[in-house]
Design a protein around this ligand. Structure first.
Ligand SMILES: [Zn+2]
Length: 237
């Protein structure tokens, strides 16, 4: 097939554009695959689970504390009542009974107070764990949001670049003969369709031509299409 040097140069430029389009497409695929944020998204799920667990523990300690406080209140009310009864009774036997009950209640009160303190300490620990997990989750969420925003901006940039190249390609291809484009498309379906001959090296497959093949190509008229004997790409001299 014949093609003028200009047409061959136009086709080579089209080939370069196609390579760029293909690179932009794989960049977009990579960007939208979510691969780069996978770890952060997984960590977020894990932290969400840990946060629920910590919240549950905090709830259960708070319930325990409420129960201890109610118990303590009941004991304190009974002590108050007993003290009032003791101050009004004149019966020594009754007074003895009340005093013995008061001793038991005082002991119980002291136990409940110790228990309340222990629960308060535990609550502090559990609350600290909850706050720590929450802080880590917030940090990770912020990092994830930031990374996703960056990806989104890059995707928009790549997409507009790709649109531009596709328009450019459509425009460039109208300037080339249909048969030449068909030949190019056929070769492109199998691999790199076109390359420049740099020295003796094929720009498509990077293999150096043998002396005979090189001499044959050099002998071709400039409007003859040369083909790489190794990769079958169109060779532009
Ligand atoms: Zn080649």
């Amino acid at each position: 097939m014949k093609a003028s040097e200009n047409q061959q140069a136009g086709l080579l430029s089209l080939g370069n554009l196609d390579a760029e389009i293909s690179r932009a497409k794989s960049t977009l695929t990579e960007l939208t695959s979510g691969k780069s944020t996978k770890d952060m998204r997984e960590l977020n799920l894990k932290l969400a689970g840990e946060l629920i667990e910590a919240r549950n523990q905090l709830d259960s300690v708070e319930l325990e504390l409420k129960r201890a406080e109610t118990d303590l209140q009941t004991v304190e009310q009974r002590i108050e009542k007993d003290n009032a009864r003791l101050s009004t009774t004149s019966n020594s036997k009754d007074a003895q009974g009340i005093q013995s009950e008061l001793a038991t209640l005082t002991k119980r009160k002291s136990e409940l107070e110790d228990m309340e303190l222990a629960i308060l300490e535990k609550k502090d620990e559990v609350a600290a764990v909850f706050a720590e997990v929450q802080a880590r989750k917030t940090l990770n969420e912020n990092e994830l949001r930031e990374a996703e925003a960056k990806i989104e901006a890059e995707v928009l940039k790549q997409r507009s670049g790709l649109d531009l190249m596709v328009q450019q390609r459509a425009q460039q291809s109208t300037q080339l003969p249909v048969e030449l484009l068909e030949l190019y498309e056929k070769k492109a379906a199998r691999g790199i369709a076109i390359g420049r001959l740099i020295g003796r090296e094929c720009g498509a497959c990077r293999i150096s031509l043998g002396a005979t093949a090189y001499a044959e190509i050099q002998a071709l008229p400039s409007d003859d299409i040369a083909t790489c004997p190794d990769c079958q790409a169109i060779l532009v001299r």
